[in-house]
Design a protein around this ligand. Structure first.
Ligand SMILES: C[S@@+](CC[C@H](N)C(=O)[O-])C[C@H]1O[C@@H](n2cnc3c(N)ncnc32)[C@H](O)[C@@H]1O
Length: 404
């Protein structure tokens, strides 16, 4: 098997080469041979396409958000992020209550998680993103939040506009000796899987200031799910009325470890090329940076794992719509997208006129189930004679976590 591609296995789960593969230069489509005479014409760098896209994304008002065809999907995504933030900040506090909590929110966007950090009562957050307009909006939102807190407790913050897959974040911190308790990367890590050096730089930024015992968590599109949906369509393109994905490589030949590019369009939110994250490879690579996988789950399983404990939050964030719709209210999608809820409701015993089930349109759920959540714990390290960290071997299985 070549070092650049993944052999397909019967179950559709691609097989990752041994560890050595990770340390060799990865040659991708379009790369030039060393002896080529003509330098390649430079296409617009992918990172500037991404930055431009997010810089131009308009901020939506409350009423516009409420009327959005992805209203419940957005809320559900926010629920997943809130749960991750609460779970892992609590785990830190369980060990050391009252400790000052410092956070790196990498690929922070406009600061969609500002109020989640406030609720988690953290002390300091470094926000970093490639899109400088988004970083400015994040800073403005932080100022607004401070004004609204009227002298109440709000974390201090710093804001960095940088390509986190190419630049060293540590050089840009106010205090380069800062150490973080948690690092969060929500819906952003996959952009760095364009190449091995970019993924490594991103992981260096994530890991190098994270304390041993600290957590790195986030959300990404699930490559296996995307590839398996893509295989069912003749041209590798699939979707519904709110999203569309087009694979930009021949899926029948497997997919590249890095640079597995696809176009992703999600109604009013995302419209740019992204890269597949092979999760086995990501886990192996992360271990080189002292990050041990402690949890991973597709969003459907994440929901099963956490819906009981965080039920109140599901209701407060309004992740589901009521079926049948209460008098005077309409469903946000066509009735045909609620067959599952209709059947469930009709089979419900002893129901009253006022009984409802919480649900989501099939189109929104189809998008939600493209994603997965993960968490890693930073291992303790010693130093070798060259001053490089040597990480303690992870324990075989950690209890009460789902790595499958
Ligand atoms: C889908 S948005 C998510 C924003 C935010 N984390 C949230 O959950 O609301 C993805 C973000 O990743 C950022 N991003 C993409 N590539 C990046 C890179 N190389 N370095 C830093 N940020 C990057 C984009 O600018 C965008 O703001």
């Amino acid at each position: 098997m070549s070092s650049t591609s993944l052999a397909k296995e019967k179950n559709g789960d691609p097989k990752v080469d041994d560890e050595k593969t990770l340390n060799v230069g990865v040659k991708r489509h379009g790369d030039q041979d060393d002896d080529s005479v003509e330098p390649p014409k430079k296409a617009k760098e992918h990172s500037s396409i991404v930055a431009e896209h997010y810089n131009h994304l308009e901020e939506k008002g409350l009423s516009e958000r409420f009327n959005s065809p992805i209203y419940y999907l957005r809320n559900f995504n926010n629920w997943v992020k809130s749960v991750l933030i609460q779970e892992y900040t609590e785990k830190i506090r369980e060990k050391d209550y009252g400790r000052t909590l410092r956070v790196l929110d990498i690929c922070c966007g406009k600061g969609g998680d500002l109020s989640k950090w406030q609720k988690a009562r953290v002390d300091h957050v470094v926000f970093a993103d490639i899109a400088e307009v988004s970083v400015q909006q994040c800073q403005t939102r932080h100022n607004d939040l401070r004004a609204r807190s009227r002298g109440g407790r709000l974390f201090s913050a710093e804001f960095i506009a940088a390509d986190c897959s190419k630049e060293t974040l540590r050089d840009k911190y106010r205090d380069p000796s800062i150490s973080f308790d948690v690092v969060s990367c929500q819906f952003g890590l996959h952009y760095s899987f364009e190449s091995l050096p970019q993924a490594k730089r991103m992981l260096t930024n994530i890991s190098e200031c994270l304390k041993p015992g600290g957590y790195f968590f986030g959300t990404i599109p699930d490559a296996n799910e995307i590839v398996s949906r893509g295989k069912k369509s003749p041209d590798g393109s699939f979707g519904n009325r709110i999203y569309n994905i087009k694979l930009l490589f021949d899926v029948e030949k497997g997919y590249p470890l890095f640079g597995g590019k696809y176009d992703f369009h999600l109604e009013g939110v995302v419209d740019c090329p992204e890269f597949l994250v092979n999760f086995k490879l990501f886990t192996k690579l992360a271990l080189d940076f002292g990050l041990e996988l402690v949890y991973k789950a597709r969003f459907a399983d994440f929901f099963k794992d956490h819906s009981e404990r965080y039920r109140h939050l599901l209701q407060r964030i309004v992740c589901f719509e009521s079926y049948p719709p209460p008098p005077g209210k309409e469903l946000i999608a066509d009735e045909s997208e609620y067959e599952h809820a209709k059947q469930f409701w009709e089979n419900k015993d002893n129901k009253t006129e006022r009984d409802r089930v919480g649900t989501m349109s099939t189109c929104e759920w189809e998008v939600a189930t493209v994603y997965m959540a993960f968490a890693f714990r930073k291992l303790k390290s010693t130093w070798d004679s060259n001053g490089k960290p040597v990480y303690e071997k992870p324990k075989e299985e950690s209890q009460s976590t789902n790595k499958n």
